[in-house]
Design a protein around this ligand. Structure first.
Ligand code: PMP
Length: 455
């Protein structure tokens, strides 16, 4: 078998018999063979059957600069020749990682973040944040602060720590028991919430009150950190009211709880701001990043740390601040070179500006679809290039849509020019941030065709 002569049926059969897919039922591959992607350029992907479509998924929320970002490709190739790998565990470092840490320090200075701890991806960045939060409290003499709070509907990757703070049963149940001491509060999700509150601002206040209540119940002195996405992503793109994250930050600060912003999706421009925290005017204590840091071309991530942590760790003279955590690929020189090139392109192209403009275009287009198709129960977005449609079989009862309908819709949208993501009852759109007006229009018309086919 060579990669250059792909025969669709041959590949589908071999795919089914030799590999398991993340986030899929292993028995499903033969009955529903996945699309075999053979190439990509600009914001489009090509498949083995000859389709070429706009990738409205943006890889997995990570290919912000599209698939043809030559400076990043060149940086990777050049670095492979110079230093293809060396660890940055105690005792060694490399020029790429030093330069990148300096660049990130400048980039995230408005977020109050001044150190980077490098990882191999989003789940690793979350795990690192959760661990360092506990250690921070131990170093400063409050070892009882070990619990974590998070939002229902939140997604924080698939390591045991991240899964324990995840707020969706489908990423938890099969793997329980999870980490003890993780507690969840209601998400500011206006379409469905336990308060039956549809006003975003009032709902934000109710969720903040629930957070205060949970802190009082657990005892503030037992809680290490609160982790949240500035805009919930994988849980179905749930943007909170603008008062929510500042409210969380204020409560956390008042109770000595660290605020971890999980910005694996939202950092580097996706929300129309340089970071999700900046979008809401919040300075978190830690920020988890990954994905777009290398445009998806190399597995890489960084946990950014605020001065508050830096001081406690760097001034420790008891030995307690020694970090017993890290990954073989932490600070990988090729990943660091990719990230440096990516950051330069991200700034040069001023991607948040385009993300905001195209995000508005798509959000308005989705609202227009909702006016025409009853299957759409809720339209969410309006903050850059992350949006979702929640489908229902009945708008009055909000009953779930049949899975077959949403799968068919996705298939027809694909045939009409756009790859969209289905996650439970949601269609999620997170295209590259370099999308043009015509590309965005193509996504909307492909979706329109999909809805027309299942209407
Ligand atoms: N946190 C968030 C907010 C995410 O969206 C993701 C991935 N979708 C992760 C963590 C995990 O990242 P990874 O898949 O790179 O481990």
């Amino acid at each position: 078998m060579t990669a250059h002569q792909p025969d669709a049926n041959f590949l589908k059969e071999h795919n089914a018999r030799s590999l398991w897919h993340p986030m899929a039922h292993p028995g499903d591959s033969l009955a529903n063979p996945p699309t075999i992607v053979t190439g990509a350029s600009g914001v489009r992907i090509k498949d083995v059957d000859g389709h070429e479509v706009v990738d409205a998924v943006g890889g997995l929320w990570n290919v912000n600069l599209g698939f043809s970002c030559q400076p990043v490709k060149d940086a990777i190739a050049a670095q492979l020749d110079v230093l293809p790998y060396y660890s940055i565990f105690r005792g060694t470092t490399n020029d790429q990682v030093i330069q990148l840490a300096e660049e990130l320090r400048d980039f995230f200075a408005p977020d109050g973040l001044s150190r980077a701890f490098f990882t191999s991806g989003g789940s690793d960045s979350v795990e690192t944040a959760l661990r360092l939060a506990r250690q921070y409290h131990k170093v400063r003499g409050e070892p009882a602060r070990v619990k974590y709070l998070s939002l229902k509907k939140g997604y924080h990757g698939t390591h045991f720590g991240g899964a324990s703070v995840n707020g969706n049963a489908n990423f938890r149940t099969a793997y329980e028991p999870l980490l003890a001491g993780c507690h969840h509060i209601p998400a500011p999700y206006t379409y469905r919430n336990p308060f039956n509150e549809t006003d975003p601002e009032r709902l934000a206040q109710l969720c903040l009150a629930a957070l205060e209540d949970e802190i009082a119940f657990q005892g503030a002195g037992t809680i290490a950190a609160f982790i949240m996405e500035p805009i919930l992503g994988a849980g179905g793109v749930i943007p909170p009211h603008e008062s929510f994250m500042p409210g969380v930050a204020e409560i956390c600060r008042r109770h000595g709880i660290l605020l971890i912003a999980d910005e694996v999706i939202t950092a580097f421009g996706r929300t129309g701001s340089w970071s999700g925290s900046r979008h809401w005017g919040v300075q978190p204590d830690m920020m988890c990043t990954a994905k777009a840091i290398t445009n998806g071309y190399f597995p890489f991530g960084a946990l950014m740390l605020s001065e508050r942590l830096v001081e406690v760790f760097e001034k420790d003279d008891t030995g307690k601040a020694a970090i017993g955590h890290g990954y073989t690929y932490s600070g990988h020189p090729v990943g660091a070179a990719a990230a440096l090139a990516c950051l330069a392109e991200t700034k040069r192209l001023n991607v948040p500006e385009n993300a905001a403009a195209r995000g508005t275009q798509i959000f308005e287009g989705l609202q227009d679809l909702a006016a025409r198709y009853d299957l759409i129960g809720d339209v969410r977005g309006g903050h850059g290039l992350m949006s979702a449609l929640e489908l229902v079989s009945d708008r009055a009862t909000k009953a779930a849509v049949d899975k077959k309908i949403i799968n068919r819709l996705q298939e027809v949208a694909y045939q009409n020019g756009a790859m969209v993501r289905v996650s439970g009852p949601n269609i999620i759109l997170s295209p590259p941030l370099v999308l043009t007006e015509a590309d965005a229009a193509q996504i909307l018309s492909a979706l329109d065709a999909g809805f027309a086919a299942v209407n």
